[in-house]
Design a protein around this ligand. Structure first.
Ligand SMILES: Cc1ncc(COP(=O)(O)O)c(C=O)c1O
Length: 384
């Protein structure tokens, strides 16, 4: 059996490996507190679950649901973008529902990367940006996100020969893993850069509604002319506590959406209809619970920020995302530190290098853990 080189040479997906490490500790009887993955631990409100149930009870919702997303879902996404960002989208040509946004990120690489092409990927960053490029037979260039630049990409630092080979650029703010946010003038610079080098911007925005301290995150499509070069990926996973349901969206440039759709029609057969119906309920129904839910995450953030200094770590309070990006004590290797804390304290934190080489020196701590467990994690870590 010969596994294709592009898969054989791929490093294993970080979080799949981590899951195994944690399971091994749990099998030994350790009560592991995992601050690892950003999977919301709270349920969506009842009206969303009821919409799923009502739709699933119907006999006509169980067949293939079509390749393009239901007209009702595309309309609901258009309404959401208009209400939330003041952005107008054509539901027929500028919106494609996805089976979770991760699916769209990986398929976008197939649509835009040939051998010899480069994906510009922020580092540290969501691993699929880089792995998608490799799976498509291309390569990636790491754009460092540095603390001294507020974790914003420095477009001027990208060599022009690299930019000339790039076909796609991944940006993500509120950022996973750093929690950084991007102002509109940064987005304008990204659009100008993409125009200059004829690159499609993939703006990954799943944390736009996970914000704290009154911050409201923008969409890149608010920048005049952005639609000429940009596609935005968004998701119901975090905004509506629906990570396991697998529903997201790509919106923006019609030509890029069409290319992504061509890949998708050959790969998948649409989203289960009751999930699409529930997504319509989520996007068009009561939104007031989101602010209350964000206060829960904000309190959790503050608990972590309180105990971090006790274990020699420090962090800037994030204004968005589901993570605290914390500096490890000077000179400590973040991967060794993560394993040691798992083994000695039964607390798992993701080492920064899981998100790329520029993550060295940091750990990512997830806010998807209840307050009392977070307090206990702090106590256990400070004892060690
Ligand atoms: C930056 C970023 N993009 C995309 C995703 C994928 O989200 P989903 O596939 O659940 O929509 C995640 C999930 O953690 C993420 O952090």
């Amino acid at each position: 059996m010969k596994i294709a080189d592009r898969i054989a040479n791929l490093p294993p997906y970080v979080f799949a490996t981590v899951e195994k490490k944690i399971a091994a500790q749990r099998a030994k009887g350790v009560d592991v507190i995992s601050l690892g993955i950003g999977s919301p631990d709270l349920a969506p409100p009842k009206f969303i679950i009821d919409a799923l149930y009502e739709s699933a009870k119907r006999p006509d919702t169980h067949g293939y649901a079509g390749y393009y997303g239901t007209p009702a879902l595309r309309q609901a996404i258009a309404q959401y973008y208009q209400r939330r960002f003041g952005v107008e989208l054509d539901p027929d040509t500028e919106i494609r529902p996805l089976i979770g946004s991760k699916e769209g990120l990986a398929n976008m690489a197939l649509a835009f990367i040939d051998p010899g092409d480069i994906a510009l990927a922020s580092d540290p960053g969501y691993p699929t940006y880089r792995m998608g490029a490799l799976m498509a037979g291309g390569d990636y260039y790491s754009m460092p996100l540095l603390e001294e630049n507020d974790y914003l990409v420095d477009f001027e630092a990208i060599p022009s020969d690299v930019a000339a080979k790039a076909t796609i650029m991944w940006l993500n703010y509120p950022n996973n893993p750093t929690g950084a946010i991007a102002p509109l003038d940064f987005m304008q610079k990204a659009v100008d850069f993409a125009r200059e080098y004829d690159i499609v911007i993939c703006y990954d925005n799943p944390y736009c509604d996970l914000t704290f301290d009154g911050y409201v995150a923008p969409s890149i499509l608010q920048i005049p002319g952005a639609k000429e070069v940009a596609v935005e990926f968004n998701s119901l996973s975090k905004t509506y506590n629906m990570a396991g349901w697998r529903v997201g969206m790509a919106v923006g440039n019609a030509q890029a959406i069409q290319a992504l759709t061509t890949v998708k029609t050959n790969v998948d057969s649409g989203i289960f209809r009751p999930i699409q119906d529930a997504a319509v309920a989520a996007l068009t129904g009561d939104q007031s619970w989101i602010a209350e839910r964000n206060l829960i995450y904000q309190r959790r953030r503050d608990i972590i920020l309180e105990w971090l200094p006790k274990i020699g770590m420090s962090a800037t309070p994030p204004k968005g995302s589901l993570y605290v990006w914390a500096k490890v004590p000077k000179g400590v290797n973040c991967e060794d530190f993560a394993i040691e804390m798992l083994e000695k304290a039964g607390v798992w934190m993701t080492p920064g290098t899981a998100f790329g080489k520029y993550g060295e020196g940091y750990m990512r701590l997830s806010l998807c853990v209840p307050e009392e467990r977070l307090r206990e994690a702090g106590e256990r870590l400070s004892k060690v």
